[in-house]
Unconditional design. Structure first.
Length: 425
């Protein structure tokens, strides 16, 4: 009936999705309240998902709060992306609680393939440089640890062109690695696919040898938050993997990462990845000349809070250029730390980590100086881009984002076509 409130008591479909005028993909969950000025009409079941159409001429009010939506009794259906995130989290968290998490088993790490001597190395991996994170980051003019100078580099037009080339190659390499992810494939094989591609293009895989890191990429599986080593453990069906790729081309670094699915993901993992990507994109969306860097953390934290996920406070973005890491240190949480305003020519990364458990604690993997994971084995997700501030806004130097969902569908379809259905389930 018109002008009545409805509360979802039970979700009976595989994925209870409401399809509204000009809105789709809003997942329902028990306890959510919404209002409509029209009637709801049930549509046929499509692909295991019940879809509904709402008869209403009203469009979502972007200024509405979750509380305002829940209590709305007026005309039209007032629903927007914030409520979507709440619903996504409610469904995902409920599923996650039913799944007993275990730490991913670490495999054997072998030496990386060689890099041809003709390919220029980053200065950070040269003779006399630091060989472990416990020694701190390599020192340079724009290091985050310098106290005598807190300025942020403004890139020249030539620098920016070379940054664009490095970013574009990093994005290509990321997709190469993502296409290699599948059940039964080891992260070492994924790493080697990226390694071989990068060096074939005359570039150097930046992580290799950086502070002693042993391989070309970081492959963080399930509960590993970041800096996971590529090893000989075969990926299992439903694993999720963050692949972090950085390349050094023509004197500059380009840095990006994405999540990928090995086979068919669990619903909780799918939703975690979806919200983590939204969080990164929310941080990117606020960037522009004259904007306080703290706005990035506010935007990301807002998405994480609304979805009831843990926004890991020790995951920072960083300045990047002829150096791998530098100023500014970009906070992904709400912060009082003032690092200045964005200016045209600045380049930096945005790379938040979201954890499915709200109060998850973290730990290092034994005495290893690199691998960080959730102590409770809760799963995490991270997405990253390198950003350039322009005169009118920003540019994503490592875009467009790799469509990790489409790659997973392609992989599953290929398995189905081959008749080997077992590995896709």
């Amino acid at each position: 009936p018109a002008s009545k409130k409805f509360r979802i008591v039970r979700v009976v479909a595989q994925c209870g999705t409401f399809k509204m005028p000009a809105i789709c993909g809003h997942t329902c969950a028990p306890g959510l309240t919404f209002a409509t000025g029209g009637s709801l009409q049930r549509a046929p079941k499509e692909h295991g998902i019940h879809r509904f159409g709402a008869v209403s001429s009203a469009l979502p009010d972007p200024a509405a709060s979750v509380e305002g939506i829940a209590g709305h009794q007026g005309d039209g259906l007032r629903l927007q992306s914030r409520l979507s995130l709440v619903a996504l989290a409610a469904a995902g968290m409920a599923t996650a609680k039913r799944v007993k998490r275990q730490h991913v088993k670490q495999g054997r790490v072998s030496p990386a393939p060689p890099v041809p001597g003709s390919i220029p190395r980053p200065w950070e991996v040269g003779p006399g440089q630091k060989t472990s994170p416990v020694e701190g980051f390599p020192d340079h003019k724009y290091s985050i640890f310098r106290t005598d100078d807190t300025s942020i580099e403004i890139k020249s037009a030539d620098d920016i062109q070379r940054m664009r080339a490095a970013g574009a190659l990093a994005r290509e390499a990321l997709e190469v690695g993502g296409r290699a992810v599948a059940p039964g494939v080891t992260t070492r094989e994924v790493d080697e696919a990226v390694h071989n591609f990068v060096v074939s293009r005359g570039a150097y895989p930046s992580p290799l040898g950086y502070l002693g890191y042993p391989r070309a990429t970081c492959t963080s599986v399930n509960d590993v938050m970041f800096h996971g080593y590529p090893d000989d453990r075969p990926l299992e069906a439903s694993d999720i993997v963050n692949l972090d790729v950085t390349v050094y081309l023509d004197g500059f670094h380009g840095d990006t990462s994405s999540m990928f699915f090995a086979g068919r993901p669990r619903k909780s993992a799918y939703l975690l990845c979806e919200v983590a990507e939204r969080a990164r994109d929310a941080g990117i969306a606020v960037c522009g000349p004259g904007v306080d860097f703290r706005e990035i953390g506010k935007a990301i934290q807002g998405v994480a809070d609304e979805a009831n996920y843990n926004n890991f406070p020790m995951a920072h973005g960083h300045g990047i250029g002829s150096y791998f890491h530098g100023r500014p240190q970009v906070e992904h949480v709400r912060s009082t730390k003032d690092v200045g305003l964005m200016r045209p020519g600045m380049t930096f990364t945005i790379e938040p980590v979201l954890i499915e458990q709200k109060n998850a604690e973290w730990e290092m993997l034994g005495d290893d100086p690199w691998i960080v994971r959730a102590r409770s084995a809760a799963w995490s997700a991270q997405f990253e881009h390198t950003i350039l501030i322009t005169d009118t806004g920003h540019q994503v130097l490592t875009g467009p984002s790799v469509d990790y969902k489409a790659l997973a569908k392609e992989s599953l379809q290929a398995v189905a076509n081959s008749g080997d259905e077992g590995s896709a389930k």
